[in-house]
Design a protein around this ligand. Structure first.
Ligand SMILES: NC(=O)c1ccc[n+]([C@@H]2O[C@H](COP(=O)([O-])OP(=O)(O)OC[C@H]3O[C@@H](n4cnc5c(N)ncnc54)[C@H](OP(=O)(O)O)[C@@H]3O)[C@@H](O)[C@H]2O)c1
Length: 280
């Protein structure tokens, strides 16, 4: 099996390639230098030459705040770029897995979102990722869409790394405590995606590390496990202004993962410890 992975210079794409190699599957890892997703011709040419059996689409415009003032580029990459890639996959009859986000939901209430709950993104990034979902579902009848949240991995900058840096520099930090979700270690998610792409259990899934917490709880756990004495003070979102609005409720239900008999990912605290063991 030959699997084309986009976004290999990012967090998740990097780990997906590692897991493919571990399972003896041939990866074709690509990023911007190989072809620009927003260029329909380049994308079609590259993919039809490579003729992959499957595509795991991890590349995206992921700068959530910057997207608010860079709307056109964000939507071109996440919406049109995904459309171009799907079109190429259809031509090659490749399986397709699109990685999406909790930010497609509005984040109201306190219940975990089910896969078929109405979407309603609060920010441009979420809108663009929803456009990506539509690009998949409108062009294919069988696909995998996997929504995840709060991703961190060895190959990139992320919340954990920011907390470790600030934890060394400061005595205290204010972190929002009313946005609730699940941190996700890209290595755990990558393993699931590689298992999934080898099946025909098509559908929409939510996949994050188990358990829910606020960003402040996550930050405290990072400080504690890293032995940093920095105090984390919880503040409401209303006191932490950012260009992009973020959902308060990012809880994602794993029912569809259970129904298809895929193993859930480990608890987020367990994942965090494994990540810290590797990077520190
Ligand atoms: N990070 C999170 O917290 C999070 C949460 C939920 C869902 N997700 C989704 O999970 C997936 C993986 O996220 P990640 O954190 O691994 O992202 P990441 O680290 O930002 O990596 C994304 C990669 O895609 C590349 N890319 C951007 N535009 C491209 C284009 N036009 N053509 C080809 N490649 C392009 C980026 O290159 P440049 O860096 O050079 O632009 C980067 O190497 C994405 O689909 C994201 O939307 C992420």
């Amino acid at each position: 099996m030959k699997v084309l992975v986009t976004g290999v210079k990012g967090q998740l794409g990097h780990d997906v390639v590692e897991h493919l190699l571990r399972q003896g599957i041939t990866p074709i890892g690509v990023d911007k230098e190989d072809f620009d997703l927003t260029n329909e011709y380049e994308t079609l040419y590259y993919v039809t030459q490579a003729k992959p059996d499957a595509v795991i689409h991890c590349a995206a415009y992921t700068a959530v705040d910057q997207a608010e003032s860079d709307i056109e580029r964000c939507c071109r990459i996440n919406g049109q770029g995904t459309k171009n890639l799907v079109r190429a996959a259809v031509q090659c009859k490749s399986k397709f897995l699109y990685v999406s986000t909790d930010y497609v939901f509005p984040g109201t209430g306190e219940d975990p979102y089910e896969v078929d709950d109405p979407r309603g993104p609060k920010n441009i990034y979420g809108q663009s990722k929803m456009q990506g979902e539509v690009a998949v579902t409108s062009q294919m009848t069988a696909y995998f869409i996997v929504r995840t949240s709060w991703v961190y991995g060895v190959n990139g900058n992320n919340f954990v790394r920011t907390m470790l840096r600030l934890g060394e520099e400061r005595n205290f930090l204010n972190v929002v405590d009313d946005q609730i979700g699940s941190p996700t270690y890209s290595d755990d998610l990558a393993k699931l995606l590689v298992d999934m792409i080898q099946t025909n259990k098509y559908g929409i899934y939510h996949a994050t590390n188990e358990g829910y917490c606020s960003w402040a709880e996550f930050a405290r756990e990072i400080m504690m496990r890293a032995g940093l004495l920095c105090e984390v003070r919880g503040i409401p979102t209303s006191q932490y202004k950012t260009p992009a609005q973020r959902p308060l409720n990012s809880r994602l239900s794993k029912k569809s993962l259970d129904a298809a008999d895929f193993a859930r990912l480990p608890h987020w605290e367990d994942a965090l410890q494994r990540y810290l063991n590797i990077i520190r």
